[in-house]
Every structure is written in C-alpha cells, then in structure tokens.
Design a protein around this ligand. Sequence first.
Ligand code: HEM
Length: 436
Amino acid sequence: MTLALSRWHAFNAWAPWTDRRGRLHPLRVGVLAALSLPPAWLALRWANDALGARPLQTAIHSTGYWAAWVFLASLLVSPAKALLGMPNLVVVRRMIGVGALCYAVLHLLLYITDQNWRLGVVATEILVRFYLTIGFVTLLGLGVLGVTSSDGWVKRLGRNWKRLHKLAYGLAAVALLHFFLQSKADVSQATVAAGVYAWAMIWRVLPAGRDRGPAALVGLAVAAGAMALVFEYAWYRFGTRIDPLRVLRGEFDLSFGLRPAGLVLALGLLAAGLVELRALAQTRFGAGLGYTVLAYLLGALAGDAAGLAMGWTLDDVAPEGQPGPVLPGPVLPGPVLPGPVLDVAWFALFALLGLARYRLRTAWQRHIVDALWAGTALWPVLAMDAEGRPLGPASAAVLLTGALLLTRRLWPVSRHAAMLVVPLAALAAYQAIALL
Ligand code: HEM
C-alpha cells in the first residue's frame, strides 16, 4: 500500500500536469488539454469516417499543420511572458516544445503508414525529395531539443544549453520552408505562419526597453505584415509561374476579407491591443467593474470581427433567421431565434461573465471565468475557419471547461462561475449534436 502510494507520488511529481511538488498545476493542465485536443478530434473524425476520401492524407496534413503551429507557439512564449508580464508562462514552454515534437513524430508515422511501411521507399523519398529532406532535418532537430530539454540535460550543458536551444529559431525557419514547398500553388496558410514567425523573431532583436509599448508593438505588427508580403512575393516570383504582382494586388482588395499579410498585420495589432488591455488592468481603472465588463464585451465582438476579417458579410455571419454569430455550423431543426435576439443574448452572456469575474475574489475562480470567456469568445472565431479544422478543439475546450467546473473540487468554491456553465453547456450540447 505504502509502496503504491509512494509510486503514485513519484508519478505525480513526474507527470506533465503537476508542478515539481506533485500538485495539480492549472496552466499545465490547460495547455496539456489544448495540445491533446487536435489529435483527439482527428481520431474522432477518423473513427466517424469524416476525414474525406483520403483520410490518411488528411491526417498527414493535419498533424503537419499542428506540428508547425505548436512549434511556432513555443517561440511565442517568451514574447507573451515579457509583454503580458506573466513569468509563470515559462512552465509550459517545455511542454509546448515537446508537443511539437510529438506532432512531428505522429506526422512521420502517418507518412510511413501511407507508404505501407516500406521503410526503404520512405528513406529514399526522404533522400531525394528536398521538401521531405528538410522535414526530416527539422524532426531530427526537434528530437535533439526534446531530449535535451530535461532538467538533467539543462544542468549538464550549463550555458551551452541556451546556445543549443537557439537552434529552434533556425529549425522553425526550415519547418516553414517545408510548409511552403508542400503547399504548391496556394501558400496562404504558410504565409500567415511565416508572418507570425517574423513577428516573434523581430521582437527578439528589438533593443531592450524598445520591445514594448503601443508604438513599438504597432510597428512590429506592420513589420511582420510587410515580411509576410515579401515572403508571398518571393514565393510567387521565384517558385511559380503566377504573376506575383497580381497576388500582391489581391492583398489590398478587401472584398474577400483579409489576405495572409493583412491577417498577420491584424494579428499583430490584436496582440498590441491585448497587451494594452492587460496593462490597463494593472491601473486603478482596471480594478473597477467598468473595465472588466468592457474587456469581456470586446470578446463578444470577436466573432463578428473575425467574420469581417475572413470576408464574410454580416449576413453570412448571421444569416437571416439562423443562429449565425452564436453557433456557426449546421442548423438544427427547432425554433430559430432571429439574429439580433441572439446578438443581444451573446452580449448579455459576456457582460455576465465580466460581472462574475469582477465579483470573484480568488485567482482560481477568476482563471475559470477567464477560461470560459476565452473559450466562448474563440469558439465562433475558430468555428468560422472555412475547413472547419479547429472547430472540434474549440468546442471541446468549452466542454472541457464545463466539465472541470462541474467537478466537486471546484463546485463549492465557484458558485457564480458554475451558474455560467448552464448556458454554455446548452451551447456546447447544441454544437455536439450538430456535429454528430
Ligand atoms: C521526416 C519528416 C517529415 C516528413 C516525411 C513529412 C512529410 C510531409 C508530407 C508527405 C506532407 C504532405 C505533402 C503533400 O500532400 O503533398 C507534409 C505536410 C506538412 N508538413 Fe511535414 N513531414 C515531415 C516533418 C515535418 C515537420 C518536422 C514539420 C513541422 C514542425 C512538418 C510540417 C508540415 C506542414 C505544416 C505540412 C502542411 C500541412 C497542411 O497542409 O496544412 N513536417 N509533410
């Protein structure tokens, strides 16, 4: 019994969801859950034959896509930590990096499966096809970084550890080249990823003290957008027969929403806005009810703003008589509320979340409301992705937050937040039924 208990403690101290003392660490739990959602969603869709005619191909693309974005996310931890004044973010950096490695390994395994496990063929393909060779180089690099990320290796390598881990900057560039090369004619997604990479790298070379503040962050957003334009131009100019100027002109035509460079600029501006909002939270005004409710209401606009950025008219976002802005996706039979009623309900929900956030006192309770807010604000945004890729993870995030709230551990300490689960659970149930 004691042996079992001590094993359990040892396991807990080692497990990725706990801190060094073996206690549950909310941030780690959240990040681990977020990292596990895309493969879980992929597996669910695969099991339901919902991956199209060539599920293996779809799965290869999906895992590659997530490997690249999770890798980029690991490069965004340092700027987020510094700009948002959240030093505790560092505890999840290793997990995110190892997550990228896991995605990349899964991606390779799926590719090998696609080649019917003929390892000789796989090796030859990797050797002769340049885009596969560099994918393999990235994977090896991620492997080295993953293995040397343990505490033991950090100690053993001392100062050299930091130098070695700077390799990640170069590897991410190679991963992006792999992303571009396999994209062929349409490099929109790769360009957005490259623009985000440019943002993270330019931020790193800004002189200390000039790497924050609204002017610096707006400048950074413009520079990252400009770099995305350069990548796009270079790709079409040197990599295809398509006229690059035609593509660049498309960047300035907003009738179909933002093109990749515009999207990078918008994301950069969004980051600048969030940093300012966070800074304002630390002032006297930030301690008041007005700030909290205002900040949360801004979240309610996220769906519509994203709709405009994607080029949908507001009619598409909220088709007449359909619950567009609240729940994009298949419409269930039953009573249909008009768009404006749902808009008001949506705003009311966010105002209520803001109110609850203001009333709650402990950090735990506030984190829960924040998570609910983020999940709810992001849901329609993510669900509007044309391919519906992140729809599953987003709905699952809301469900998961609801489930967490309903556990006995949290229930007694968070009555306000628990009450808010009711409308969210209804929304989640609606979406879950619509998906099946
Ligand atoms: C041995 C290593 C690798 C192999 C054999 C490999 C192979 C592939 C293949 C076959 C595709 C699809 C190409 C097509 O359908 O034409 C692909 C796409 C992709 N791979 Fe890899 N890859 C490797 C490593 C990586 C790594 C390490 C990353 C990122 C960290 C990555 C990111 C991507 C991305 C972003 C895509 C495009 C996904 C999309 O369509 O959105 N790959 N890879």
